[in-house]
Design a protein around this ligand. Structure first.
Ligand SMILES: [Cu+2]
Length: 253
């Protein structure tokens, strides 16, 4: 035991932690990926899982070894040594976590910022306003050519960047499409913005991620008896047809 230096322990901890991290990555099942941003965000998630696994491995191993090696033996009533401050050690345990957290912040910023396609979405003209309320969502297509108001259904074309803004009529809600890895809070008296590029045709669940009242579960399209429909990602042709059909219905009414 005496021959185990902190360095040796750290190396063993790193390897054990990395194994744990990889195991967690393999065992974790994330929802299906249906947006360009989802791939990057999952990559970030896996990287952090590995990273956290390694730190967990080192900390737990050093802790366990310290507990065993420096425990008080029977009949040992001596006081511990009277230490006050070890400057180099304090500098080390401040600087290392600072660097680690700064790295995490940098990588997160890099990926989340790349995922911000608001500029592209504004150019593509696909802007959808989401209104959250107790208990449901309404969608208004702000694109002048489309101009659909208060649709209960969210239908979007595939491979087109879409800019969303979101408000609420009452309390806080949070619009979440797990398959897009996109979640945006609806905050009273405030408009929040986000954007996403759906890249897979299909129907995906919409979930309200804030507990917003007794009907909260009804804002989840995966729940039986839910009041909301799934988001439909369709081809451009199907989207144009849906727009024409919805407008014809509105005109007839
Ligand atoms: Cu809600």
């Amino acid at each position: 035991m005496k021959s185990l230096s902190v360095l040796t322990l750290s190396i063993i901890g790193t390897v054990a932690g990395a194994v744990l991290g990889v195991l967690l990555i393999v065992l974790t099942t994330l929802p299906e990926q249906a947006s360009v941003q989802a791939t990057d965000i999952d990559y970030l998630y896996d990287a952090f899982l590995l990273f956290s696994g390694i730190i967990f491995g080192i900390v737990v191993l050093v802790l366990l070894v310290a507990v065993v090696r420096f425990r008080a033996r029977p009949n040992d009533d001596r006081d511990g040594s009277n230490l006050h401050g070890i400057t180099w050690l304090e500098v080390v345990w401040t600087v290392i976590p600072f660097i680690l957290v700064a790295l995490v912040a940098f990588f997160s910023w890099n990926i989340l910022n790349n995922g911000n396609v608001t500029g592209a979405a504004e150019k593509s003209g696909q802007r959808v306003h989401i209104t959250a309320f107790q208990y449901g969502w309404k969608y208004t297509y702000l694109n002048e050519d489309i101009a659909i108001k208060d649709s209960p259904d969210l239908v979007v074309p595939v491979n087109v960047p879409i800019a969303f803004d979101i408000t609420t009529l009452d309390v806080m809600h949070s619009f979440w499409v797990p398959a897009w890895r996109m979640q945006m809070g609806a905050t009273p008296a405030q408009t929040n913005y986000t954007s996403i590029t759906p890249n897979k045709i299909g129907e995906y669940d919409i979930v309200c991620a804030f507990l917003c009242g007794t009907g909260h579960t009804q804002m989840n399209s995966a729940v039986d008896g839910g009041l909301v429909t799934k988001v439909r990602v369709v081809s451009q042709a199907d989207f144009d047809a849906w727009v024409a059909e919805t407008k014809a219905k509105a005109a007839a009414a």
